[in-house]
Design a protein around this ligand. Structure first.
Ligand SMILES: Cc1ncc(COP(=O)(O)O)c(C=O)c1O
Length: 704
């Protein structure tokens, strides 16, 4: 832990002696002192270093601006001023919200003063820690012997053998000490929502603006199933965003519901648009019964938010509205997202609003940490039955604590500060890409965004703008999140393929080779997510590697030099190939198949529903299926969901069949197959299909 000290380090005399003695005493408590005589450095350190646990400064150098900044940048940080018996209090100080105390250096009470600083730090810690985490840390500190699960018993079982000991040392002791049994009564229960677990849920609900929050320890994949299964019964008609995550399909395979799909748009880059207003209206006008439930992905994978009031108005009669917000757990913490997320809706009488969020995706939490937030009219007991159905009776407590801590990190002005910094970083990155693009003599990456950005905001996709590439875009309907940065590559302009191009998966492989993982790669686009963990250094590194790619590409290096892993896996194929040849050949294959338009059409038609997802799954369980090449899939009913990555959205649902009217769906899958067969190492990842030895894709269909 660190203490920041601002004083003139060169001065001599009583004050200097006192400060040096204080340093020595604080060191005995494992405190590291950072000393500076610069006001601006002190402010920078307070802004950038979250490990600062107290701030000491020289009252003789008192500056109201400094303290105003300290009050702005910190929440309750202990602040101590070095004074003497002649010092006077500045009246303006009273207006600041500061946790302020004084150290009188001419009194010589160093030991007492150190004790006071340490007490203030301990109190500060306690005020920062949320209830469950505090109770968990307290329990771990007590170091009790347990004779219950988990069998590693605070990690000791790992240490009885060498592989276990290596693993233990790798992770460190606390993770094992904090992984404890559900039988520890003082920590309450996640499944009964009691004790510190309940307090953690209430603490978190308040921060996120929900009436009820449940922690889900198996991802939003599970959170979605819990909500879907709570909200629907066998036979219900439900409204489903066709761009839903596969977990929604999975719940439809369990509850025998009748989905009616809302079809979103997509542009030539393969970027997912939202569901147009007209589509909502069209579908609603065809329904004979009011659906019991509607699920909408907000934001979309590519970062588009809806005008949520408008959606609320359209779906006003539907009892349960579920917004799958897996990708945007941060919307409650910055004003630019106001009116764009589910929880900002006021439910109608007897209506429930659910928002599910992957806390782990874009806040700080362990993988699989997720939350269900609810507002409005719901039955807590029935919801909990469904929650328990999907929750292990042995939850991982560090994950629960990570959910709660991620809420604590976003509490009050702390959250907005973090979000502001993250948004500024993303905005700067976008501006820098645009600057380089404008300065480039030949090709450069472009950022998918309005051509002129005046301020950080969620930027509207306006009807007549061409940058977004969506046809017939409606006004005031969709908005781009600044944190989801899509970079575009040459090859595609105004929805048509050009004669030359650089397919994005080549750049993604290059970035991967340099330790940078792209979130999603489309044919000519790459998506990067800027989250609160992205530092300036990381953003600069990304730009540097993108520039290296451009230099290496322009020098037309050999594939084996630029993509050594790809070469190592397929040395014969890539032995003499240069990078420009690889890019151009792949691009020409895309031109031959008119990929952007094919992809557009493939997602613009829906295959025919032959049986419900539940019915198809029953056939699968009866082994009433066979495997065929995708070329032969016409008019055959798929037993499983077929889901190409990217974009990771179901193309064919279980129980659907491709007919002549939806032939583009098959053609698109065949193109993905052809690319994989033509360029080893570039096989598309398609869930629901397998590949035979010759690289042909195989589908599981229901037997005729
Ligand atoms: C829209 C959407 N919902 C839910 C999920 C599942 O989230 P998790 O990985 O937390 O299970 C994802 C995962 O990518 C997603 O994209």
């Amino acid at each position: 832990m660190e203490i920041l000290c601002l004083y003139d380090t060169k001065q001599e005399g009583l004050k200097q002696q006192f400060i040096l003695a204080l340093y020595r005493e604080l060191a005995k408590h494992d405190m590291r002192i950072q000393a500076t005589h610069s006001l601006s450095d002190a402010i920078d350190i307070l802004e950038e270093n979250p490990k600062i646990m107290a701030f000491l400064f020289d009252w003789d150098h008192f500056d109201l601006n400094l303290l105003t900044k300290v009050a702005e940048l910190t929440d309750n940080l202990p602040v101590f001023a070095f004074t003497n018996r002649h010092s006077t209090l500045d009246i303006n100080l009273a207006e600041l919200q500061l946790n302020m105390d004084f150290l009188q250096y001419d009194q010589g009470l160093v030991v007492d003063d150190t004790a006071r600083i340490m007490q203030a730090i301990t109190k500060y810690h306690q005020s920062l820690l949320p209830p469950f985490t505090k109770a968990l840390m307290h329990y771990v500190k007590e170091g009790k012997y347990t004779f219950c699960t988990p069998g590693h018993l605070g990690g000791s079982a790992f240490q009885v053998s060498t592989p276990g000991a290596l693993f233990y040392d790798f992770l460190g002791s606390n993770i094992f000490n904090a992984d404890i049994s559900i039988s520890i009564a003082e920590l309450g229960s996640l499944l009964d929502h009691s004790g510190p677990h309940r307090e953690a849920e209430e603490f978190t609900a308040e921060i996120f603006g929900a009436e009820r929050t449940l922690f889900v320890t198996n991802g939003t994949s599970t959170a979605n199933k819990i909500v879907g299964m709570y909200a629907t019964k066998d036979g219900d008609t439900i409204l489903v965003d066709r761009n839903c995550h596969k977990s929604i399909t999975h719940f439809m395979m369990m509850n025998n519901v009748k989905p009616v799909y809302l079809k979103p748009t997509r542009n030539a880059y393969g970027i997912l648009g939202g569901i147009p207003l007209k589509e909502f209206e069209r579908v609603l006008s065809t329904l004979k019964t009011i659906p019991s439930y509607a699920v909408i992905t907000n934001s979309t994978y590519d970062g588009l938010f809806y005008n949520i009031q408008e959606i609320g108005q359209l779906l006003t009669k539907i009892p349960v509205l579920h917004f799958d917000s897996a990708w945007v757990p941060y919307t409650a913490f910055h004003p630019i997202y106001r009116g764009k997320f589910g929880l900002s809706l006021t439910p109608k009488a007897k209506q429930t609003i659910f928002e599910t969020q992957s806390t782990h995706k874009l806040l700080a939490a362990f993988s699989q940490a997720s939350m269900i937030h609810a507002k409005g009219h719901f039955d807590d007991e029935v919801l909990n039955e469904n929650y328990m159905m999907h929750t292990s009776t042995s939850p991982f407590y560090p994950m629960v604590a990570s959910c709660e801590i991620s809420a604590a990190m976003m509490q009050g002005k702390r959250g907005q500060r973090l979000m502001t910094k993250t948004l500024e970083r993303a905005y700067q990155f976008r501006q820098e890409v645009k600057r380089l693009k404008n300065a480039a003599k030949d090709w450069y990456y472009d950022a998918w965004q309005p051509p002129k950005l005046d301020e950080i905001a969620c930027w509207e996709l306006k009807p007549h703008d061409i940058w977004h590439g969506f046809q017939q875009q409606e006004a005031n309907h969709l908005f781009l999140d600044p944190l989801k940065i899509t970079l575009l590559l040459p090859g595609l302009k105004n929805c048509s393929l050009e004669s030359k191009g650089i397919p994005a998966n080549i750049v993604s492989q290059y970035l991967d080779q340099h330790g940078i993982i792209v979130e999603k790669t489309g044919p000519y686009s790459m998506l990067f997510l800027f989250s609160i963990g992205i530092t300036q250094a990381k953003a600069m590194r990304l730009l540097t590697i993108l520039n290296h790619f451009k230099q290496d590409f322009d020098r037309n290096l050999l594939v084996k030099e630029m993509l050594p892993d790809l070469y190592a896996a397929h040395p014969e194929f890539y032995e003499k190939m240069h990078i420009q040849e690889l890019a151009q050949n792949m691009h020409e294959l895309m031109v031959k198949h008119d990929l952007p338009n094919l992809m557009y059409r493939a997602f613009d038609v829906l295959p025919e529903i032959a049986i419900t997802p539940h019915g198809a799954n029953q056939e699968l369980l009866k082994f009433n299926t066979q495997k065929i090449r995708i070329q032969d899939m016409m008019n055959r009913i798929s037993a499983v969901m077929i889901l190409p990555y990217p974009p990771g959205i179901p193309l064919i649902m279980p129980g659907e069949k491709v007919t002549e009217a939806s032939k583009d769906v098959l053609d698109y899958l065949i193109l993905l197959q052809d690319i994989g067969r033509a360029f080893p190492g570039f096989e598309a990842d398609i869930h629901g299909l397998t590949r035979d030895k010759e690289g042909f894709l195989l589908a599981k269909v229901i037997q005729d």
